[in-house]
Design a protein around this ligand. Structure first.
Ligand code: SAM
Ligand code: DTB
Ligand code: SF4
Length: 354
């Protein structure tokens, strides 16, 4: 345990003492600043202590039992020029995903209405672009306006954005932009080589500056080391301000992608990531994202215990599967969770950093 963990508190626990049940929670280095060591120490806690702490933080900031339901739609599928090693939509990988054109407004509205009828409150549109052209932004703006007109919160994930493009999306009524950092900077070049970590940070800044809420998280189970998991949380939690939504994805291993043969993450290590996201970003919606189909109900329940309060809801993610709506409705009912009406308002979500 490093000395930076307890800057003002009592002397750090000596390493000779093996029992850590009463160890103090490592404090951030400074208000809003988390060291990678402090995050690593959280990840390494006894699981029950970590869960208890995460649930305690959760209840201080959120109504217990409230789960946001966000439905995804791939509005522009496949043929992407980037080479993200996890992604079934990269043109370079032979995954069986065919490149399609951007969907028409009517078709998107139908899907959004169906999502709303099923109980979703947020609708997220994904496009397999490296970066949209201004023409694409015009078309997506029409989609955003139409979806917002149904009374849904809108989210889009379209790749890298310039500031004028972010502003145009804001003007069209976009509430959230999803742009993931995916992993620690040190591991990023092992995963994708067609863009740099700084490109991601630049887009996030452009989104912030335009006044759009930020949805930013990552993927685990890509063969990363524990220190990279801590490094991802460090990046996210130290963004000023940290993201309003933090999706934690478990890699969906798609045959044909370079990461298809990665060792799956231990389910408890996944739960730990959720818990540490909750503790370090107390007011963020922490989303239990991709990978639920492979996860089982008990592990998902642990994720909710750890502070996850959002899921992707709908039979499909972008191109891969997600649990059926019926199965999710049943799971939430079995756990006594309330997925169909959020008890906080959209305005509260959007402005909690103000
Ligand atoms: N092209 C845009 C981009 O990369 O920002 C938007 C769409 S992209 C598919 C959105 C996110 O989906 C990625 O950043 C990644 O975190 C996640 N993702 C993609 N493939 C995944 C997989 N196989 N398993 C888990 N998450 C995945
Ligand atoms: C996020 O963090 N996860 C979603 C959403 N943001 C866009 C995407 C998951 C994709 C899983 C694989 C697929 O279906 O393409
Ligand atoms: Fe393209 Fe996004 Fe997939 Fe990367 S994650 S290959 S940018 S669609």
């Amino acid at each position: 345990m490093s000395a930076t963990l307890a800057p003002t508190a009592a002397p750090a626990v000596q390493s000779a003492q093996p029992i850590q049940l009463h160890r103090r929670t490592p404090a951030p280095m400074a208000p809003g600043l988390w060291s990678v060591e402090a995050i690593q120490a959280l990840l390494d806690k006894p699981l029950m202590d970590l869960l208890f702490e995460a649930q305690t933080v959760h209840r201080q900031h959120w109504p217990a039992g409230d789960i946001e339901l966000a439905t995804l739609l791939s509005v522009k599928t496949g043929g992407c020029p980037e080479n993200c090693g996890y992604c079934p939509q990269a043109a370079e990988f032979d995954t069986g995903v065919k490149a399609e054109k951007l969907m028409e407004v009517e078709e998107v509205v139908r899907a959004a209405q169906a999502a709303k009828d099923a109980g979703a409150t947020r609708f997220c549109m994904g496009a397999a672009w490296r970066a949209p052209k201004d023409r694409d932004i015009e078309k997506v703006s029409a989609l955003i306006g139409a979806v917002k007109g149904l009374g849904l919160q809108t989210c889009a994930t379209l790749g890298m954005l310039e500031s004028h493009q972010a502003q145009a999306l804001k003007d069209a009524g976009l509430d959230y932009y999803n742009h993931n950092l995916d992993t620690a900077p040190e591991y990023y070049t092992d995963v994708v080589s067609t863009r740099a970590y700084q490109d991601r940070l630049d887009t996030l800044q452009n989104v912030r500056n335009a006044g759009i809420s930020v949805c930013c998280g990552g993927i685990v189970g890509m063969g990363e080391a524990p220190v990279h998991r801590a490094g991802l949380i460090e990046q996210l939690a130290n963004l000023q301000p940290y993201p309003e939504s933090v999706p934690i994805n478990s890699l969906v291993r798609v045959p044909g992608t370079p990461l298809a043969d990665s060792d799956p993450i231990d389910p408890f290590d996944f739960v730990r990531m959720i818990a540490v996201a909750r503790i370090t970003m107390p007011k963020a919606r922490v989303r239990l994202s991709a990978g639920r189909q492979q996860m089982g109900e008990a592990v998902q329940a642990l994720c909710f215990m750890a502070g996850a309060n959002s899921i992707f809801y709908g039979d499909k993610l972008l191109v891969t599967g997600n649990p059926d709506v019926d199965a999710d409705v049943q799971l939430l009912a079995k756990l006594g969770l309330n997925g169909h009406r959020t008890t906080t308002t959209e305005a509260e979500h959007a402005h909690h950093h103000a």
